[in-house]
Design a protein around this ligand. Sequence first.
Ligand SMILES: [Zn+2]
Length: 299
Amino acid sequence: MKSRAISLAFLVVSLVVTIRAQEKKMKIYISADMEGVVGVVTNEQLGPQGFEYARFREFMTQEVNAAIEGAFEAGATEVVVSDSHGNGQNLLIEKLPKNVLIVRSWPRPLMMMQGIDETFAGVIFIGYHTGTTNTQGVRAHTISSARLTDVRLKGVSVSEAGLNAAIAGHFNVPVIMVSGDDAVVKETTALLGDVEGAVVKWSSGFHSATTLMPEASYQLIREKVKKAIVRIKDFKPHKLAPPIQLDVSFKNYRPSEVLSYLSIVERTDAHSIRFKGKDIIEVSKFLEFIMTYEPALEP
Ligand SMILES: [Zn+2]
């Protein structure tokens, strides 16, 4: 009897220790885009052909660093970052702290959320922009400004923040903070509730904004991330009930024509197709496939 009581006591103690250890662990996921980074207004900042790209990679990296610092200061124990703009190779990895992991390049099945799973406590969006049906916001688009005019989930047009929040929601992880222009903060809080928002610039059109200076932006992001983590229990995962109907409208005519050859795809109008996914993961893979596949793919 006595030894049984002792082993029971031991079990309770080790259980409490394990729970405590789990409580102390806090994984944060950061998805980083570029259109919403401080000062970004046109393509000149957004890709290797732009005359300002090299400098703006630095600003993007420092905004991510500010988010990482804020997260660790507020109690995060692990951080995973996904480089989720353009070629997926924007962040200057030698300038990130050595205790984070980074997801780079494409294609990847969970797109801008690759690496997310149920072990994370919260998601942060850095450098985000409004969706393609929004009349406001610098470089408003969803997934591709060159190729898509609309992306709908269950009949509702989505931004990248909305789509990515749903992917995180699949794993029961809430979005806790977003940075970008005033329009994306407004759009994202309208969808997800009062997540913390860092407005680093005020859009005056698709290619114009009044902007903070980089140092001010880093400070604001660090503060908002800390604030979000302190009240992380306030945030709810953004869950879409399966199955999930996806509608995609292309700028051009032929993608919808050719995709409609597949029996899993329905053509809903000249420029649009519909796909029914069993969940958001299947939708994400389908989206990544249609944005990536071409017969000339190599290697
Ligand atoms: Zn984007």
